[in-house]
Design a binder for this molecule. Structure first.
Ligand code: FAD
Ligand code: SF4
Ligand code: SF4
Ligand code: SF4
Length: 541
């Protein structure tokens, strides 16, 4: 049985009576948009792939998921899962563990060697992608599946972008990243490494490309002016994290101070601990509540012994010692100096203050608009120059892997249409299946599965993965917690409750239809549908 947590009624046995013309409303079967789908920046059809997963058809679930996002094993580790924040189940007990099921499916695909289907027909068009981060890889994947010849030019020695040279191994093991990158390349995508594009127009001309998608990310570390003695050791977090991929481990010393409050600062401090720092202290000018880093990241860092110094700025750096000024928040929540200073011992100071974009490859391209250091794009992801599209961290947006992957998909669809001389119009969105559309009486309590964590002792001195995956039993249980918001899951309730036998069963997978000759429009089916897949509409007279 698919939904053990949904109770179904026995089918009705009343004798059918032909309805007169006095019905004022009629029920119609509808599909509504589940809030999880609506919130996923990669536009995954979560409800649908969970539906396949809960019946144990993991390959079908993976195939359905990867129509939108080619990297579920990566997503299941690094996505901040806004889908779960929006999940209706959170209002019943706890959100469905969408992210952990996604990871299970991604890992299962790697283990079993599932491959993407190659396109049946080639378009004969060539697209250049600049940058092999999540956005470039996602665009390459979607364009390749649409039949275009794709070449990625990547400045670095390996693909992955910030997934490899930013996010530490203890959150994303590299064999997982490598496996999902390979799966994309196996579609026939050409990857040129150590191939920095200096001028986009030259690269397009040289390769005879019909269009380009730029996804160069944001890699230039922002600096703060901090007066410093000549012997002070000041480093950039993105450079230090990048060097973790090399042969030599960075030498940070025993007391490491990280300046900043975002996820990079957290990753840097946790990495410093693993490299042997006895003290790793994050200095941030606001309070914990105002940190851009996610709460769970702060929690995990605190568990590992990272220390936090809130409401503090660094005024000066000297060899082995920093001068720190205390701050207070004004009524608008902005930090203001107090003039009160103290010293903090530190062998190195690592700046994690955000990154700027290197846009030099766009020099001389007419029509572009650059604002606040990022390239402006139209709703179709095209820059002001026809045929040059852009996405990910280099355009105005939230900077996450999932947003970058979503941009790659969106751009690919528009590039495909543009290459074919048309425009891409996304399907209109269904009405949202909010919590008020559900009849939760039919769902039993089923607490969320807890994701196992590596024991603390091994978290501070190894780069082993901290968060563990679900086994099949737990993944299946978790998928079955889905309420199937707004989409019929064939529970038979409407069929069972209809007093007039006006519901006709169309067989497994084909759902139902109404026999309006018998329906009196009582609305019982719509009220008793657990997931809001029936709407009552006024009768046309
Ligand atoms: C330390 C850290 C931790 C993070 N953790 C998370 C997380 O847990 N979850 C999350 O969702 N997001 C996280 N992020 C943010 C996320 O990594 C980025 O938003 C995302 O990688 C952006 O993708 P992108 O494809 O736009 O760019 P990138 O990932 O930066 O990739 C750009 C690629 O382009 C290449 N390139 C640049 N210039 C050129 C050129 N001229 N020619 C050819 N190639 C070029 C680069 O070498 C790079 O490989 C983190 C970021 C950092 C720094
Ligand atoms: S990519 Fe992120 S937001 Fe989308 S389904 Fe996966 S965890 Fe949720
Ligand atoms: S219960 Fe299922 S369909 Fe509904 S929001 Fe949550 S994951 Fe999506
Ligand atoms: S439409 Fe009918 S069968 Fe489908 S979920 Fe609703 S009550 Fe169940």
């Amino acid at each position: 049985m698919k939904h053990p947590f949904a109770i179904t009624l026995d089918t009705g046995s009343s004798l059918a009576n032909l309805t007169g013309s006095w019905r004022t409303e009629r029920p119609v079967y509808v599909d509504r948009l589940p809030p999880c789908n609506n919130a996923c920046p990669a536009g995954e059809n979560i409800q649908q792939w969970l539906y396949h997963a809960e019946s144990g058809d993991y390959e079908q679930a993976w195939r359905s998921l990867t129509l939108d996002n080619p990297m579920p094993a990566v997503m299941g580790r690094v996505c901040y899962h806004p889908c779960e924040v929006s999940c209706n189940r959170a209002q019943l007990d706890e959100a469905v563990g969408i992210n952990s099921v996604e990871r299970f499916l991604g890992d299962e695909a790697i283990r079993r060697g599932w491959k993407f289907d190659k396109p049946a027909k080639k378009s004969g068009k060539r697209v250049l992608i600049v940058g092999a981060g999540p956005s470039g890889l996602s665009a390459a994947y979607h364009l390749a599946r649409l039949g275009h010849a794709v070449a990625i030019h990547e400045a670095g020695p390996l693909a992955g972008g910030m997934m490899r040279f930013g996010i530490p191994k203890y959150r994303l093991p590299r064999d997982i990243l490598d496996a999902e990158v390979k799966c994309i390349l196996d579609l026939g995508v050409e990857l040129k490494l150590n191939a920095k594009v200096d001028r986009i127009s030259d690269a397009m001309k040289a390769g005879g490309f019909d269009a380009a998608f730029l996804a160069v990310g944001a890699h230039i570390a922002k600096r703060a002016y901090i007066p410093a003695g000549s012997a002070a050791k000041i480093l950039d977090a993105v450079q230090v994290l990048r060097s973790m991929e090399g042969e030599d481990r960075p030498m940070l010393g025993r007391r490491v101070v990280v300046y900043g409050g975002g996820n990079t600062a957290l990753d840097m401090a946790r990495t410093a601990k693993r490299l042997g720092a006895t003290e790793a202290i994050i200095v941030y000018r606001r309070t914990r509540e105002r940190m851009p880093a996610h709460d769970f990241e702060v929690e995990e860092a605190l568990e590992e012994g990272v220390m936090m110094k809130w409401l503090s700025t660094i005024k000066r750096a000297d060899e082995g010692v920093l001068t720190v000024e205390k701050m207070v928040l004004d009524e608008k929540g902005f930090p203001q100096p107090t003039g009160e200073v103290e010293t903090l011992e530190a062998d190195s100071l690592i700046l994690a203050l955000g990154q700027d974009v290197d846009l030099s490859l766009l020099d001389g391209v007419p029509g572009l608009e650059v604002k606040d250091g990022v390239v402006q794009v139209a709703p179709n992801m095209m820059t002001g120059h026809a045929g040059i599209f852009a996405g990910g961290d280099m355009v105005p947006s939230e900077r996450t892997v999932t947003v970058a992957i979503g941009h790659g998909k969106k751009a690919a669809r528009h590039i495909d249409a543009w290459l074919r001389g048309g425009t891409y119009a996304p399907a209109e969105k269904h009405e949202l299946a909010g919590f008020d559309k559900l009849n939760t009486w039919y769902y039993a309590d089923a607490p969320k599965t807890v994701r196992p964590m590596l024991e603390l002792a091994r978290r501070t001195d190894t780069f082993d993965e901290v968060q563990q995956g679900l086994d099949e039993t737990n993944a299946l249980y978790e998928a079955r917690r889905c309420l199937s918001c707004g989409n019929c899951f064939e529970c038979d309730n409407c069929y069972g409750v209809c007093p007039d036998n006006a519901v006709i069963k169309l067989g497994p997978g084909n759902r139902f239809k109404f026999n309006y000759d018998y329906c009196k429009g009582c609305g019982l089916c719509a009220t008793e549908c657990p997931c809001g897949a029936i709407r009552m509409v006024p009768e046309q007279i």
